[in-house]
Design a protein around this ligand. Structure first.
Ligand code: ADP
Ligand code: MG
Length: 286
């Protein structure tokens, strides 16, 4: 679905007069592959290059060096720009900057309309997309009246209506309350599991990465760690060096282990921790 090969991205810095004064290397030799249908999480502290990477997947930025292929399409080929953007849809952090329609269903219809989808098909797609994210009953409402989480689900519906194979979400839950966050993540999981849409989720919330097929951790424009959520989160100290947390329950397991309890590293859920503790108790009694 996605192939990134030795990608480098330099931003040009400019002085007050707008003359180039230097460059910032935001992506520094990144290679990675994403297979169709995968759910990928990208973690990393502020300024580590996550958004820059995301914009390459959607042909909003172009490689300084190296290359990016989206479903086999080379982002350096300008003639493929619209095909790439239709294949890999993008959801940004702030839903207010993405919603333009006065009415929810209109907003969701803009994408397919711009793509030249026939009118009757547009309504089918709008209905189907709003149902997928659980916002169909709000279709006649004004987006302004929705909560942040509801708006974000409408933006996701707007992307789904274009029938992308892949959706890139750049911190889609950063501005939401916990229940809005949970709804957005649930919608993303559902698209992945039921529609087989490849999801690339960039997030600050470690808990949101637990269910990913694969996790990439970025630092200073490079991929600093990668693996399954368990492989990545079992390295608590390494994550802390990268100024990142691990899920709370993983940290608790890690601290208990350091106190001498025989608990495996990389506990990801409360159930796993509780099972590990029960096993311990049984062991003590014997
Ligand atoms: P993240 O999304 O992980 O916070 P970004 O990709 O936004 O990271 O930024 C990576 C680096 O690139 C940072 O040092 C940031 O200051 C720099 N950067 C981002 N956007 C621009 C830009 N438009 N012009 C110059 N530098 C930028
Ligand atoms: Mg960012």
């Amino acid at each position: 679905m996605i192939k990134i090969s030795k990608l480098i991205h330099d931003y040009i810095q400019r002085d007050e007069e707008g003359n180039p004064s230097g460059t910032i290397r935001a992506i520094d030799d990144v290679s990675l592959d994403v297979s169709p249908g995968q759910f990928i999480a990208i973690l990393g502290h502020n300024g580590s290059g996550k958004s820059t990477l995301a914009k390459h997947l959607n042909a909003l930025l172009f490689p300084t060096e190296g290359a990016v292929w989206v479903n086999g399409m080379d982002s350096r080929d300008q003639s493929l720009l619209w095909d790439i953007r239709q294949t890999a849809g993008m959801v940004f952090q702030n839903p207010d900057n993405q919603i333009i329609g006065q009415v929810v269903e209109e907003d969701v219809g803009f994408g397919p309309e711009n793509m030249g989808v026939p009118t009757e098909k547009i309504w089918e797609r709008v209905e189907e997309s709003l149902k997928t994210v659980g916002m169909y009953e709000y279709r006649k409402k004004s987006p302004n009246r929705l909560s942040g989480g509801q708006k974000q689900r409408v933006s996701i519906a707007g992307v789904i209506a274009m029938h992308p194979k892949c959706i890139i979400m750049d911190e889609p839950t950063a501005m939401l309350d916990p229940s809005g966050r949970a709804d957005v993540i649930r919608a993303a999981r559902k698209l992945n599991l039921e529609e087989n849409i490849t999801i690339i989720l960039i997030t600050h919330y470690m808990e949101e990465a637990i269910q990913a097929d694969r996790v990439f951790v970025m630092d200073n424009g490079k991929i600093a760690m990668q693996g399954s959520p368990r492989e990545v989160f079992s390295q608590v100290e390494r994550m802390q060096e990268l100024h990142l947390d691990v899920p709370q329950v993983t940290l608790l397991g890690h601290l208990l282990r350091r106190k001498g309890l025989e608990i495996p590293e990389g506990i990801l859920t409360r159930e796993e921790l509780s099972d590990a503790l029960k096993t311990l108790k049984k062991g003590n009694r014997q």
